[in-house]
Structures are given as structure tokens and as C-alpha cells.
Design a protein around this ligand. Sequence first.
Ligand code: GDP
Ligand code: CA
Length: 324
Amino acid sequence: MKRIVVLAGGFGGARFLRGLRAVAPESKITVVANTGDDITLFGLRICPDLDTLMYTLGGVINEKTGWGRDDETFNSKAELAGFGVGPSWFGLGDRDLATHLIRTEMLNAGYSLTDVTSALVKRWELGLELLPMCDERVETHVRISDEDGDRFIHFQEWWIRLGAKVAAEQFVALNIEQSRPAKGVLEAIAGADLIILAPSNPVVSTGIILQVPGILTALKNADAPIVGVSPIINGAPVRGMADKCLTAIGVETNAHAVGAHYGARSAGGLLDGWLVDTTDLPMEINGIEVRALNLLMIDPVTTQAIAQEALNLGRALSNQRGGS
Ligand code: GDP
Ligand code: CA
């Protein structure tokens, strides 16, 4: 497994990658990250999933929250609030601000998000390649209806301000039809020995990446086996509100339904293998090799065991496919 490609959102993706990096030190790992969560606030371009991946893998994440920098302060945010300027619901730390300032300045100068990301990650030894899914501005919006009417709001507003409490009726990734996979994404997929769908939100993380024109086809045509790691354990997301997202797209919140939603590659879907938690056994999905172990990433040892099992399953599937 020399070359591994991982599709990832923020928290679940980053945690899993920490394990994978530890158990596959010889592999070249390319991460294709969701950028549908991106938002512009105060003129600053903020990429929550790229930042969570960068901070987690760089060892500078706030481990308690799973987002933002460690040893963070929020003086700028307090100053903005002092002026009565919002949004107050978005956590914008002082250290974190530096990332957004640099990113915005570089984007304004004409650099691509891919180039900006690669410039930012140079500060830390991530031990892997971090790519945005695309360079274009693509933002996930959520259709809701409440006392203010039937309307679309930015994903962050729904997720953070509303805590996903208002039912999502639809997710739309604005401008995604006009986007293209970022430089290096298709090449990495075509050249991969193993492709992994991290235990990320199937709708607003992985689901958005898969909508970038060209990515799904590239995955289906890839020589490498595709292994998914379930973010749903025992009928519930481990963290976050993936259940609310799954409901909006008509998929039940359980590991079987999510596996079936991705579908068997042999039947026009995506997955060759599906890693689920032992609490979700027995499970059978036609055309998909299902394996189970404890999928709770509670510490480095368990997380590495999960990553190792994804590698093992990938190797077994690759032998079946007659690969190397
Ligand atoms: P986000 O962009 O920060 O929301 O992060 P992701 O989309 O990468 O990951 C969110 C998903 O990670 C949620 O659906 C969680 O259920 C899942 N997740 C979080 N912790 C764990 C864990 O310990 N094990 C598994 N299997 N999934 C997890
Ligand atoms: Ca996210």
C-alpha cells in the first residue's frame, strides 16, 4: 500500500488520519478534504475542515473541542462583539485568525486554495499531502423552513448557530457544477493502491467531495480497492449531527444504511469494503466485504487498530482484484 488516498471531512477524518499516518509510515498519503464548509466572515476565507485537518495532524489542535488552535484566546472576537458586530456564533480565535489572514491574502493575490494550503501546512510536518477537493468557491447551503420562512442558509449557520435543530430539507453545494478537482486529486486517485473513505459525515463531508465533477467517476474507475470506515456506530453518529443530515437525504442513521447508500462498487456504487463497529453486527451488504471491530477512536491505540484494519481489508481486496 504505497499510495493511499483518503477522502475526509474535519474531525472524524483528522482523527482517523492520525492513526493511519502512524501505521503506514512508508506510504504516501494524499488527503482530499471537503471544502463545502468554507465561509467568508469579516472578509476572511475560513476553511474549517482543512484547518481541523492541518491543526490535528500538525499537533496543534484544541483536543477538547476538535476545532481551532490549542492555547487559544478570543480577544478579537470579544472586540468585534464590543462593537456589536457579529456573527457571534462562529468561534474565531486569535491564533486561528493568523491562518485566515494568510489564506485570504494569498487567495486575493491569485494563488489557488491548493497552493495556499500547501504553503500553510509547511509550518508543520504533517507527514501527508493535504489537498482541497477543488479550488473554486463551493459552499454547502441548507434549505430550512421556520418562522422566518422557507429559505437557504449557509451550512455553518445551520450547524453552529441553529445546532442543526431546525430540520434540513435539502443540502445544496453552490457552484459545485462549475468546480473541478484540485490539482493532484485525480492523479492521486488513479495512482492509488488503496482509497479510504474516512469516518466522516457521509452527507456534508464525503457527500460533498463526491459531487465535485470528475471525482466519483475517477473513484469508480480507480484500480485501487475502496474501503469505507463507518462514522455511524450503533445507530448514531459518534459526534456531531450526521443523523440530521442523513434524514434530509432519506438515509437511515445506521451503518448498514450508510454502507448501502455508498453502494457496492460491483453494482455501480463505491465500496469494495466497509468497516463497521462490532455492535452493528451481523451485517451483510451484497457485493461489499464487511468487517467489524471497535470503531470508537478513543485513544491512539484504538485509532491505529482501526487504520490498520482498513489497510488489512484493502490488502485483502486488492489481492482479490488481482492487484499488487
Ligand atoms: P467534521 O467535518 O468536523 O464534522 O468532521 P467529519 O465529517 O470528518 O467527521 C464527522 C463524523 O465523524 C461524524 O459523523 C462522527 O460520527 C464521526 N466520528 C467522530 N468520532 C468518531 C469515532 O470515534 N469513530 C467513528 N467511527 N466515527 C467517528
Ligand atoms: Ca466539516
